[in-house]
Design a protein around this ligand. Structure first.
Ligand SMILES: Cc1ncc(C[n+]2csc(CCOP(=O)(O)OP(=O)(O)O)c2C)c(N)n1
Length: 335
């Protein structure tokens, strides 16, 4: 949690000083969710998000220097500097991005889960979204297909009752994500998104449902991000009182205090841990700064046009029995 927090704090400062350009959305206050949920996964599982994907990449163990270089837009970045903060992916850690348009990653996540299921792999796909994104039609279509096709998909909603500057009742007639999910026959669970232990316990349950019962689950994590401006976010910074009230709930501080109280962490070790993390982040920033900018001539690299989309789902909407397919679906998976 320290690492995710410090990475974000420093990225925010570097955005302010112009070393990081474009949009950058911070996850300060979301660390319990980011770490608690991703720790419920195995290495073979997949992660997608609308944004704040740098926090997920760091939590999944992506190289810090390459993660920071990606935010800097440098050639040594995780994606050669082409993703930036909005489209950052860490393929080695199976973090597939980072999608700038709210909600568009949900059908992709359902597709990733379908691929695992279709190929008989016991992987789980976890997709993070905000409650604002939950009012996008992509949630309804993805969750419906996930239920029909028994996809091992876990949707984790950071429910902060805001969609950027809009209050939730401005775009959601029904604010309860649990009701929305259950309306599609999908199991919904709720957790305290400010408490890493609760997040971890509830997400572990959701992952178990997806992996062993082969059906989707949705976790609604009630949380509050820090009321500080988060770069290009029109939400105004909170008042001094709001900031003080948030600090009393800060998931990182609260968890650290709790560990000290129950004797699992010494105050001196906590300080040492913080220093180690700070040093690692400063090293990452130096490495990112040394990385060259991408060559202008490489602008069109990696652009491809698909001539055909293989797969029966793309071309054949008839039922499986009509097509003469007799193999059971979803296939048996090897645990
Ligand atoms: C399809 C689309 N519409 C609008 C936007 C502009 N936009 C950026 S963030 C945002 C709100 C997102 O709210 P939420 O999903 O709750 O995310 P949060 O910031 O709370 O994590 C909107 C509408 C966008 N990026 N994509």
């Amino acid at each position: 949690m320290f690492l995710v927090r410090r990475f974000d704090e420093r990225a925010g400062e570097l955005h302010g000083s112009g070393q990081i350009g474009g949009f950058l959305h911070l996850a300060i206050g979301e660390e319990a969710l980011v770490v608690g949920a991703t720790r419920a996964l195995e290495d073979r599982d997949w992660v997608l998000s609308s944004w704040r994907s740098h926090a997920l990449a760091v939590a999944r163990g992506a190289d810090l220097g390459r993660s920071m270089a990606e935010l800097f837009g440098r050639a040594g970045g995780l994606n050669g500097g082409r993703g930036g903060a909005m489209h950052l992916a860490a393929p080695e850690q199976r973090v597939l991005g980072g999608f700038g348009l709210v909600g568009v990653h949900l059908p992709v996540a359902a597709g990733v889960a379908l691929a695992s299921s279709y190929q008989g792999r016991a992987e789980v796909t976890m997709a993070f979204l905000g409650d604002g994104a939950a009012s996008n039609g992509t949630l309804a279509e993805s969750i419906d297909l996930a239920a029909i096709w028994h996809l091992p998909l876990v949707l984790v909603v950071a429910h902060d009752r805001r969609g950027h500057g809009s209050a939730e009742d401005a775009d959601a007639a029904v604010a309860s994500l649990a009701r929305k999910a259950e309306g599609h026959g999908v199991k919904a669970l709720t957790c305290d998104g400010m408490d890493i232990l609760d997040v971890h316990a509830v997400c572990s349950d959701a992952v178990r449902i997806a992996r062993t019962e082969r059906r989707p689950a949705l976790v609604q994590a009630i949380l509050q991000r820090a009321p500080t401006p988060t770069m290009a976010d029109p939400k105004p910074a909170g008042s001094k009182e709001e900031l003080e009230a948030w600090k009393a709930r800060d998931p990182l501080a609260v968890f650290g205090d709790r560990l000290v109280e129950v004797g699992l962490l010494e105050t001196a070790d906590r300080a040492r841990m913080q220093m180690t993390v700070n040093a690692a982040i400063e090293q990452a920033i130096s490495a990112a700064g040394r990385s060259p900018h991408p060559e202008p001539g490489s602008l069109y690299d990696h652009l491809t046009i698909a001539e055909s989309l293989p797969g029966w789902l793309a071309i054949d909407a008839r039922g499986r029995a009509t097509r003469g397919e007799t193999e059971p679906f979803p296939r048996e998976v090897q645990p």
